[in-house]
Design a protein around this ligand. Structure first.
Ligand code: PFF
Length: 467
């Protein structure tokens, strides 16, 4: 059975593919900014703690469920529990499809910026607002990005996902080190590093803790069955605990390195003042092209093109994992042949992403889509889908996965699965994983889901009351 579905050929292949899923737009555009705003190193410490104490046990659970059942998320929960539990898998697949629908749009921007940089068009940064409303261009980039993603996924696990990850991940690592090396030579680099890393514990409040948690979870691709799916292609020889540690470490390191690259760039542009530093999309797409421009035409073109190539590669290994989740479901459960499942799903998700694509100024009803409780500013369609799929579904999915492992599948079965291929196990680690899935993960992840709903949908500011 397993051989029909395909398998990762090598240990490192799986680790690179899963780390590729984790390392994405989230690491490069979101993490550095959140660190800058959330107290520098203080945020990093929190983030690390959440990754290892809270996310790591969920990651192990997901991989173990996948490897045990050798099935997609819906099939996996059905096999280990009762039919009803497969709803967790279904929720995950829906979340993945929704996330990919808008993630692909942003990935398309990154790819489009790569093309603009190659042509030396730095002015695109100032015109970011116009760039993202040029629907013909953005639509083309989105199609190209989805097609490349689908091409890789259509080639299967070893010949597609593993092979691509083995090329893309080392390239990504090299690119980021090159860019950091260069950024650190710029005037004012140290000011940037200081802004990034000098801890300021007074900045830590409920909002910062909430963001660090959400960021850790999204960044590690947890809560929607991506790692159940990848885990289902892992051989029984592989040490799940060690692999999960390496995946987490890679993700955290790339996020950390992204900050070492971006803040010196921004400091150089602002001459060390770091004033007017915008977060998220603005920082990457509006601010950075100005930095590249100031490096001069040729150097700016090279550094700018390398940067957006890096961003596109990071996004690509994530879109691949997002597409593989519904594809695995169609292949396993609906017996659809892989190529049909891949191209059909890719086309469907691209179409589903069109409203997100048009929600940045093209269509008024999508641009000012909803006004949610407590805010007088409307959220656009793209952010709304992000709120539902990643901020709400993922933590709730994570809580349900831990509850399932702890109380339905039971920790002794989890322990049995993770003991396979695990040499020199440290008993304390197993005890901690068990304790975390029984108590810590359900409570904290469930709380994040509930806080998101109360705070973001209904405007009830629970966070400031809690901290
Ligand atoms: N981890 C990716 C990022 O940080 O950009 C996003 C992501 C990919 C989330 C795959 C969930 C997922 F299943």
């Amino acid at each position: 059975m397993a051989s029909n579905r395909g398998q990762f050929n090598t240990r490192i292949g799986f680790i690179l593919a899963a780390a590729g899923s984790a390392v994405g737009l989230g690491n490069i555009w979101k993490f550095p900014f959140e660190v800058g705003q959330g107290g520098g190193a203080a945020f990093v410490v929190l983030y690390l703690a959440f990754c290892f104490l809270l996310c790591f046990p969920v990651m192990i659970s997901e991989i173990a469920i996948g490897r045990k059942t050798q099935l997609n998320p819906v099939g996996a929960f059905k096999k280990l529990g009762h039919g009803n539990w497969s709803i967790i898998g279904l929720l995950g697949i829906i979340a993945g499809v929704l996330i990919l629908s808008f993630y692909n749009v942003v990935a398309g921007w990154a790819f489009g910026y790569f093309l603009e940089m190659v042509q030396g068009n730095f002015g695109v940064g100032k015109e970011f607002g116009t760039f993202i409303t040029d629907w013909q261009k953005i639509g083309m980039y989105g199609i190209v990005f989805m097609a490349v993603t689908a091409f890789i996924v259509s080639k299967g696990i070893a010949g597609g996902i593993e092979k691509a990850s083995k090329i893309l991940m080392p390239t990504l690592f090299t690119l980021i080190l090159l860019l950091i090396g260069y950024a650190l030579t710029l005037d004012g680099a140290m000011e940037g590093i200081k802004f990034y890393l000098v801890p300021d514990f007074s900045e830590i409040n409920g909002d910062v803790i909430y963001s660090a948690l959400g960021q850790a979870f999204f960044s590690l691709s947890l809560g929607m069955g991506a790692l159940i799916t990848y885990g289902s292609y892992v051989s029984k020889k592989q040490n799940i605990v060690r692999s999960a540690a390496l995946i987490t470490l890679t993700d955290v390191s790339i996020a950390f390195l992204a900050g070492l690259m971006i803040f010196p760039f921004v400091a150089y542009l602002t001459q060390g003042s770091m004033e007017g530093v915008e977060g998220g999309a603005g920082l990457i797409f509006a601010t950075l092209p100005g930095v590249f421009e100031s490096l001069g035409a040729t150097l700016g073109m090279v550094i700018g093109a390398l940067f957006f190539l890096l961003l596109s590669f990071a996004a690509l290994t994530s879109t691949v994992s997002l597409l593989e989740v519904p594809v695995a479901y169609l292949v396993d459960e609906k017996k659809i042949k892989r190529p049909y499942a891949v191209w059909g799903m890719a086309a469907f998700i691209f179409l589903l992403g069109i409203p997100s694509m048009l929600s940045n100024g093209n269509v008024e009803a999508l641009t000012n889509f909803v006004t949610l409780g407590g805010s007088d500013k409307a959220t656009n369609f793209m952010d709304f889908i992000g709120l539902v799929a990643s901020d709400t579904f993922l933590p709730i999915g994570g809580a349900l996965i831990s509850i399932f492992v702890a109380y339905v599948w039971k920790t002794n079965n989890l322990n049995e699965e993770i003991a396979i291929g695990r040499e020199n196990a440290i008993p304390f680690v197993t005890k901690y994983i068990n304790f975390a899935v029984m108590f810590i993960c359900p409570v904290i992840l469930g709380a994040i889901g509930i806080i998101t709903i109360l705070d973001r949908y209904f405007g009830i500011d629970v966070l400031s009351k809690l901290f």
